[in-house]
Design a protein around this ligand. Structure first.
Ligand SMILES: C[S@@+](CC[C@H](N)C(=O)[O-])C[C@H]1O[C@@H](n2cnc3c(N)ncnc32)[C@H](O)[C@@H]1O
Length: 272
């Protein structure tokens, strides 16, 4: 059901909106909940991505944009020993939640509030930098890549998880029919498995993409509405449009006995 007039683009999510979005984990948890509820791969993304890390001969790790600390929480049984782990985010609320969630299992981890574009670490002092689902939020990514590259030692690695272009394609198509396609953005165009590969190639000698196998079978509209409403941009939409999205999702779910949705997530591994 397309709108008769072209949809006005929503205000771009600037830094203030981003800080508001991530002042705590409530919005992010709605996004994670959609995947947890309807994803078909029972082996979690955080376990899978940890399997991709080469932690042999690693003694100093930095995580950027840690959110509520799911990466370490879900791998608490296999945290590397004799390794310094700095868990960071620019949101004070997220750092506090990550610290609380790891609790006594934090071991050698330390927690700090920092912006990914200014890293207070010595050149060549880190073995690995983890940036999970966060680089697409950074406007000056070349500056962030320069900083990451600077702090990595020779042979060190950046692990950057993100989505591919196909991620949630079917849901974005339905939302596009209701809202107007220019209102449904895709972070994969900013820094995704395809676009991020090209961007990292400009800054690192070696870049590799690994994809996590998953798909979704969505059988309820409300978690999808919550997912869309988890961004400040989408919360600007008039409630009537959200009602139309709900009706359209319910119609497609009833007609097709659920919606088969593409899930396209993975990790880019970059080496200087
Ligand atoms: C989508 S969440 C991902 C959280 C976590 N990495 C995960 O995958 O579970 C993005 C996180 O990046 C953080 N973030 C966004 N821009 C940042 C920046 N410039 N520097 C540091 N953290 C940032 C946000 O505060 C938020 O916690």
């Amino acid at each position: 059901m397309p709108e008769t007039k072209p949809a006005a683009p929503l205000e771009n999510s600037g830094r203030t909106a981003l800080k508001e979005q991530y002042k705590d984990s409530s919005n992010f948890r709605k996004r994670v909940a959609l995947h947890a509820r309807f994803g078909t791969n029972r082996y979690s993304f955080y376990r899978w991505v940890f399997d991709q890390f080469d932690l042999s001969r690693v003694s100093a790790i930095l995580e950027l944009g840690c959110g509520p600390g799911f990466l370490w929480r879900q791998n608490a049984d296999r945290l590397p020993t004799n390794t310094t782990i700095v868990v960071s985010d620019f949101s004070h609320g997220m750092v506090r939640e990550a610290r609380a969630s790891l609790g006594s299992e934090a071991g050698a981890a330390t927690f700090c509030q920092l912006d990914a574009t200014v890293l207070p670490f010595k050149t060549g002092s880190l073995d690995a930098v983890m940036a999970m689902a966060m680089l697409y939020h950074i406007e000056d990514r070349p500056a962030a890549f320069r900083e990451i590259r600077r702090v990595l030692r020779e042979g060190g690695r950046l692990y950057a998880s993100t989505m591919g272009r196909a991620h949630l394609r079917e849901l974005r198509e339905i939302a596009g029919r209701v809202f107007g396609t220019n209102r449904v953005t895709n972070a994969a165009e900013r820094f995704g498995l395809e676009t991020g590969y090209d961007q990292l190639k400009a800054a690192f000698a070696n870049v590799e993409v690994r994809r996590y196998q998953n798909s979704m079978h969505v059988t309820e509209s409300e978690p999808v509405i919550d997912y869309f409403l988890s961004t400040a941009r989408m919360r600007q939409l008039p409630p009537a449009l959200l009602d139309r999205l709900r009706v359209e999702l319910d119609r497609v779910i009833a007609a097709q006995n659920g919606i088969a949705v593409s899930s396209d997530f993975g990790v880019l591994i970059a080496r200087p």
